[in-house]
Design a protein. Structure first.
Length: 199
């Protein structure tokens, strides 16, 4: 009987109950942000949204695939009434962000006159978000704000504001907490950066 090898091989060097170095496919990554700090950031963002949307019922619009974990954690921290839905856009292939953005799954909800909060795992170049903003504005919402867990300011080339920014990071390649390398690594509860030694 042949045992199928896992895509994820964790090197068991542990730090606070989490591996400080992991392997995803052909790349090694080292710990960048632990789950406790991630939870603190989500708590802070939820408090700000609760304050800003008191008495309102915003639509939380998560971008698949990456934002599903962050969006789930965020809405469970909110005390205001809200609804959640998802759209799917794609711009990454492997470790490179492509120049074109293709809509894969569209918006089904009626959002005219509604407050919308777009929930994203990471904004780097901003191309995907810029495309989504253009698309959503056509539906005439009352307002649009953006909540992104990570923001790569050095890579950003668009012209919009991230209203709820969890963490500004350098131009690193990161996986975990919904972030992926070629579709893999999203399930790790911590965030890892590419280990440039990769050996």
């Amino acid at each position: 009987m042949t045992v199928k090898k896992s895509l994820y091989i964790c090197v068991m060097v542990m730090q606070d109950e989490q591996p400080c170095r992991i392997r995803v496919k052909d790349k090694f990554f080292r710990l960048y942000l632990g789950r406790k700090r991630i939870e603190e950031i989500v708590d802070s963002l939820a408090c700000r949204i609760d304050r800003d949307y008191a008495g309102k019922v915003p639509l939380m619009l998560g971008i698949l695939n990456g934002a599903f974990i962050f969006a789930s954690d965020l809405v469970r921290k909110l005390h205001i009434a809200c609804e959640i839905s998802f759209v799917k856009y794609a711009s990454y292939q492997g470790m490179e962000s492509g120049g074109s953005v293709k809509s894969l799954i569209g918006l089904n909800e009626t959002i005219r006159g509604r407050e919308v909060i777009i929930v994203e795992d990471i904004v780097d170049t901003g191309h995907t978000m810029a495309r989504l903003l253009d698309d959503i504005r056509q539906y005439e919402p009352a307002g649009i704000r953006i909540a992104s867990f990570c923001f790569k300011k050095e890579a950003f080339t668009e012209n919009f504001t991230i209203d709820y920014c969890g963490l500004e990071i350098p131009d690193l390649f990161v996986v975990g907490y919904g972030l992926d390398y070629d579709g893999a690594g999203r399930n790790f509860p911590d965030i890892y950066q590419l280990d440039k030694t990769n050996g």
